[in-house]
Design a protein around this ligand. Structure first.
Ligand code: MN
Length: 225
């Protein structure tokens, strides 16, 4: 599963696609929580410092531990007759692995002084695949706002389809399209917004556009197309 620093889950390489901070080029036997690329209060008032601290230090850290536990557990079960154990650990790998990689991407997709509109090749691809930047934003906002339960709005490049897709993931791992490479993700689990926005997820999603770091997303797009 972990070969030469890459982690392949369900057929595609998350490590090269998402480039976890400083770790994708080095052989890894254990995943670690990447530091936030800015201060806890850097995204205020859109996302408050306490939410960022709990979200990164507690929630994301839990996914990192869960991922390591799943990989260690699977290594121990390999070759055993414990098929039920392997099933359970495979589910944990999918959940915690997706949680770790999506959060790693989420922190980098945002930044102080964000907002505005995409530019360059990314903008051209968005206009080609969604009509206009406004209609892209509208579909993404609707997808993220309406995820059933906990999940994510995701903009992904699909190399086989040769186009961008907007996905509406439930939890971290459900409702994906295999092969799609996320380049912009929005966490809409309640832990991501409840302290400031309570039940008003739609307000959080609308405000979030002001912290989107389009430079980061454009760089990811250029790497995967
Ligand atoms: Mn989260």
């Amino acid at each position: 599963m972990v070969l030469g620093g890459s982690l392949v889950l369900n057929g595609f390489d998350f490590t090269s696609a998402l480039d976890p901070v400083g770790s994708s080029k080095d052989p890894q036997v254990e995943f670690t929580l990447p530091p936030l690329p800015y201060a806890y209060d850097a995204l205020e008032p859109v996302i408050d410092a306490q939410t960022m601290r709990l979200h990164h230090d507690i929630h994301h850290a839990g996914y990192v531990r869960g991922l390591n536990r799943a990989l260690t557990g699977l290594a121990g079960k390999r070759g055993s007759e414990d098929t039920a154990g392997i099933k359970e650990l495979s589910r944990a790998l999918s959940f915690h692995g997706s949680g770790h990689f999506l959060h790693t991407l989420f922190w980098q997709n945002m930044g102080p002084g964000g907002g505005g509109d995409p530019t360059g090749g990314l903008r051209e691809a968005i206009e080609r695949d969604f009509g206009t930047v406004a209609s892209f934003r509208s579909q993404f906002t609707a997808a993220a706002s309406q995820v059933e339960g906990s999940g994510w709005g995701i903009l992904a490049w699909h190399p086989t389809a040769g186009r961008l897709l907007i996905l509406e993931a439930e939890k971290h791992q459900n409702l994906t399209v295999w092969g799609a490479i996320p380049i912009l993700v929005l966490d809409v689990w309640e832990h991501a917004y409840y302290l400031s926005y309570q039940n008003r997820r739609g307000d959080y999603v609308k405000a979030w556009w002001d912290v989107v770091n389009w430079d980061d997303i454009a760089q990811r797009f250029e790497r995967v197309v």
